[in-house]
Design a protein around this ligand. Sequence first.
Ligand SMILES: C=CC1=C(C)c2cc3[nH]c(cc4nc(cc5[nH]c(cc1n2)c(C)c5CCC(=O)O)C(CCC(=O)O)=C4C)c(C)c3C=C
Ligand SMILES: [Fe+2]
Ligand SMILES: [Fe+2]
Length: 344
Amino acid sequence: MGACVTWQKQQLPSDHPPVKSGRVGVLLVNLGTPDAPETGPVRRYLKEFLSDKRVVEIPAIAWQPILRGIILNTRPKKSAAAYREVWTEDGSPLAAITKAQAEGLQARLGDAAHVDWAMRYGTPAIPDRLEAMMDAGCDRILLAPLYPQYSGATSATVVDKANDWLRDRRWQPAMRTLPPYHDDPAYIETLAADLSAQLDALAFEPEVLLLSFHGMPQRTLELGDPYHCHCSKTARLVGEKLQRPGMRLVTTFQSRFGPAKWLEPATDDTLEAEAKAGTKRLAVAAPGFSADCLETLEELVIQGREQFTEAGGEQFAVLECLNAREPGMAMLEEMVRRELRGWV
Ligand SMILES: C=CC1=C(C)c2cc3[nH]c(cc4nc(cc5[nH]c(cc1n2)c(C)c5CCC(=O)O)C(CCC(=O)O)=C4C)c(C)c3C=C
Ligand SMILES: [Fe+2]
Ligand SMILES: [Fe+2]
């Protein structure tokens, strides 16, 4: 509850609790990341993340003993070491870049909207930032999960979390959600132009460009999750726009987790297979990540290079995500302004 900008006009009694309203808010949301690259904070983050039924679709009675008894006793130490490889003085890259994206968008939108950012797991938490937006007078909020390709494990769980918060409120703000933008011309054109510029700036000409998307269990595709279809469409549209006849495009899925079958082909297997088949020069882009993070900076930049060169590859590069750079911010502004029509 904050101070009311309109209560005097409404002639409320002077002892009425003050309430602000009338502003539009935009909440950028990404996945989440630990607060520090140490075992304890990583364990807390993984516990919240991997307890989400949208992420691990195994009944809690079967999954929780495995999570608590095995995974949370082994993975946090290993993951913390990986996070230490990419940690910056501004903290986790994912958090630092998402914050910079929110600041960049605020500068572009000016008084039209109040922009904030949150993480689905860990901090800043979605309910806390929504509450802060209400306190700042926002009665209309655009929730923007920064995932171009929709999946239950990413986009939907952001909406679930916001809905849990809404359910507990007497006075709800009006909410909109930024739709997935896997085939949005603004995204495809921005991505193609940015990848082209990065490819031109490389010291070598790649024979292959790997478009590496985060993986998902194969079962989610069979159950009707559109994620695989969205990734395939993005890859096809970007390929059509890139128009580099001398460069072969290959779509792969990275970051396999657990023993179940995941979407294929896997990025690590493909890097090895390409090198063994004679590809010497290869670049990787990760169009499904709106910000560089552990999965790009450690898994692709560090591990990917090792996998490719140890199997005989010679030149290797990982292209940057759109992050908070100019082309990506212009794209985000365009998509957000479109969703805010009628509100601002
Ligand atoms: C971009 C889309 C993402 C999808 C789809 C996705 C699905 C998914 N992920 C896991 C398990 C893990 N993912 C982890 C890190 C991670 N995942 C994404 C994005 C997607 N995940 C991002 C942006 C990150 C990086 C976070 C960061 O801090 O930089 C991790 C944690 C790291 C580790 O221990 O390896 C896990 C675990 C599953 C199970 C899943 C689909 C069901
Ligand atoms: Fe993930
Ligand atoms: Fe990973």
